[in-house]
Design a protein around this ligand. Sequence first.
Ligand code: GLC
Length: 288
Amino acid sequence: MTLQPEFFPIIKKAGFDTVRLPVRWSAHAGQKPPYTIDPDFLARVEWAIDQATANGLNIVVNAHHYDDLDKDPAAHVPRLAAIWTQVAEKIRGRGDNVYFELYNEPHGKFDTDTWNAAIPVLLEAVRASNPDRPVIIGPVSWNNIRALDGLKLPRDDHNLIVTVHYYEPFEFTHQGAEWAEGSDAWLGRSWTGSEEEKRTVTASLETAAEWGRRHGRPVFLGEFGAYSKADDASRLRWTRFVAREADRLGMSRAYWEFCAGFGLYDRDTGAWRQDLKAAALGEPRGQE
Ligand code: GLC
């Protein structure tokens, strides 16, 4: 689905204040130095930034689905750094409602040390032209809260936000997800909101909040959501509980995602899934 201009006012009117834009830069940049980004593609991303900000939305621009980077960081970190140099130079004049997220869900060959070594390289590429822009960085293992302890952020950079993703229990949130191996076996799994289930969610999110306090960094729950193959009542319960816990713990959050398999918005009918949207916004209980 191509990004449509009307999505931005629709999102703003529904009560959201931020959009997170996953960008697959790696598919639109040269393979050799200077790794030039296709100008049409860069202009397209700038268009999305313009649409967001013109509609009063903050926008998080990330680097998403760079599979070769996770397979071979040594070969590809310099390319992603060159990509960020170009993006950052282009965006330097924008306000601080444009956030950069250095890399979505480092995993594969990115262990703690490799990722911690890549962070300053990528960050420097941004900082050369954007000394004050808020930059978002998460831990390895797909931005897993459990991996936060190994994350090392440059201490002298005071405008960093840490991000984590939350999809647990994974067998619930990813049941029937085509890209999650074996996930058909999880179909039918519910989330009842029992005390024990809630305690598990709370404990994880508290770990993230506590990390943020200890390190003096704001925490952004950059993705959470339950795939459409889970039953609706469970999805609503889980989504609302996670959203409200994040609020209670002072974290910002972004639901994954707008109008695909986890979608809050039905692009075929052009209507919000009202109950799910209310849950993602952390609004009081609808009719689950
Ligand atoms: C991550 C992945 C994306 C996936 C989502 C939920 O953002 O990059 O492909 O849809 O998590 O699993």
